[in-house]
Design a protein around this ligand. Structure first.
Ligand code: AMP
Ligand code: GLY
Length: 426
């Protein structure tokens, strides 16, 4: 079968890498892909949001399965467009992707179905939002309703900060239409966890749990990024806790959508906070996480395409995801200045050398130019390593990171540390 992966980041590189191992795959394409992906797949010069172009390409190249990476095409209805033409595609339809595309929808949905999450209020008027903020005790979390490239949530330590965040979203419209409505919510104290699960709308099968590292600097300091690294599984999350998250959050979400007439097929990403009162939802995403996927997929045993096929056909079964023992750590190397302004086009050295056993380098933002890789994004590489222990996988990933160079490169030095020293829930 010919397979098309939509997207251009490290997540898509990991998806292409994992799918390519499947015996069912003949040709594999990626639109638009990147410098690293082009080593494994035929890259197609179409944007991830060019739905008519992608549809035409899929028909012309007899694509048997399209796998969508990023949220934007899902929210624009790529799955509806493909399915309406009889093409197989992995991901939720637009109505189901609302769970990520509108935070207001997600929060009200969780309230309707008793899924634990931070208490909240939704506002369309700045005046009302401002009044509410001053009645709350900081920290206060202010969120834009719509998609804002992962930057739409601001944790505010004072009333003044919250007011500035509100004004930026609602008046200055720094996130455009996404800030027309805002959610003001309670700050949850705890430890963050990402649990991704495959679902065909009935059966829900989790991947190993992962932890992302959102802030740009060590010890979770500095502004939020798309994610500076991830590891999986998380040693202090045992089977009983996973089962609790499945029973209290993931399964009720899929069942709740179904009861509202929305069948969710694809991957549901639970962005969770483990609090003293138990696991609660920070957000749901309607897609694979980035960089969590780079740490999760190398641990998957067996055929990813088969599992994806079962999801799309509504035939998913428990036990369809199996994992090898051990751990996987992904360290993001980013461009100087990221998540603020950064320059592109810096040559990358070290990628052609041997970087160690069980090391995989997933490209997030690179291009191939005159025979070398150059940087072309904020997040540049996801340097990933497997190990028998978490410590071994971390050390192996960092040993590889130290052999790769480009001007301005920076990375966190503490990816995975929380897994080695389990945090106490206060
Ligand atoms: P989001 O865009 O909703 O994933 O939020 C981005 C980040 O902000 C999360 O990964 C959390 O670290 C933090 N955050 C969001 N909402 C809350 C909350 N209610 N309590 C504590 N932290 C939050
Ligand atoms: N790792 C965060 C995200 O994929 O949204």
């Amino acid at each position: 079968m010919n397979v098309l992966v939509v997207g251009s980041g490290g997540r898509e590189h990991a998806l292409v890498w994992a799918l390519k191992k499947s015996s069912g795959v003949d040709r594999i394409f990626c639109a638009p892909g990147n410098g690293g992906i082009q080593e494994l797949a035929e890259c197609v010069n179409l944007s991830a949001t060019d739905i008519p172009g992608l549809l035409r390409f899929a028909k012309e190249n007899r694509i048997g399965m399209t796998v969508v990476g990023p949220e934007m095409p899902l929210w624009m209805g790529i799955v509806d467009a493909f399915e309406d033409e009889g093409l197989k595609i992995f991901g939720p339809r637009k109505s189901a992707a609302q769970i990520e595309g509108s935070k207001a929808f997600a929060k009200e949905f969780m309230r309707r179905h008793g899924i634990p999450t931070a208490s909240f209020q939704i506002f369309e008027s700045l005046q009302n939002a401002r009044g509410y903020i001053w009645s709350q005790k900081p920290p206060i979390v202010v969120k834009a309703d719509g998609l804002a490239a992962g930057k739409g949530a601001v944790v505010c330590r004072s009333h003044q900060e919250a007011q500035v965040a509100l004004e930026e979203m609602m008046i200055k419209r720094i996130f455009g239409e996404a800030g027309k409505r805002v959610i003001v919510e309670e700050f949850m104290e705890g430890v963050e966890l990402s649990l991704l699960a495959l679902t065909d709308g009935r059966t829900v099968v989790p991947f190993v749990p992962a932890q992302d590292h959102k802030p740009v600097y060590d010890d979770d300091l500095g502004p939020n990024t798309g994610g500076m690294g991830a590891y999986a599984p998380v040693p202090f999350v045992d089977d009983a806790l996973i089962q609790r998250i499945m029973e209290e959050i993931m399964i009720p979400a899929i069942r709740g959508l179904k009861n509202e007439g929305i069948e969710y097929r694809g991957v549901l990403y639970g962005g969770l906070m483990l609090t003293r009162q138990g696991p609660k939802v920070v957000e749901f995403n309607a897609r694979f996480g980035d960089p969590e996927t780079q740490a999760i997929l190398p641990l998957v045993e067996g055929d990813l395409l088969e599992a994806i096929w079962a999801v799309v056909e509504g035939k998913l079964q428990e036990g369809m995801l199996r994992f090898r023992p051990g751990y996987c750590t992904c360290v993001i190397m980013a461009s100087g200045g990221y998540p603020g302004k950064y320059e592109k086009g810096k040559p990358i050295r070290g990628l052609d050398e041997y970087l160690g056993d069980n090391v995989l380098v997933f490209h997030s933002g690179t291009k191939r130019e005159n025979g070398t890789y150059v940087t072309s994004g904020g997040r540049v590489l996801g340097v990933t390593a497997l190990g028998d222990s978490l410590k071994a996988s971390i050390e192996r990933a960092y040993a590889a990171v130290r052999r790769i160079h480009f001007e301005g490169a920076h990375y966190r030095k503490d990816i995975g540390r929380k897994g080695l020293h389990p945090p106490q829930l206060k």
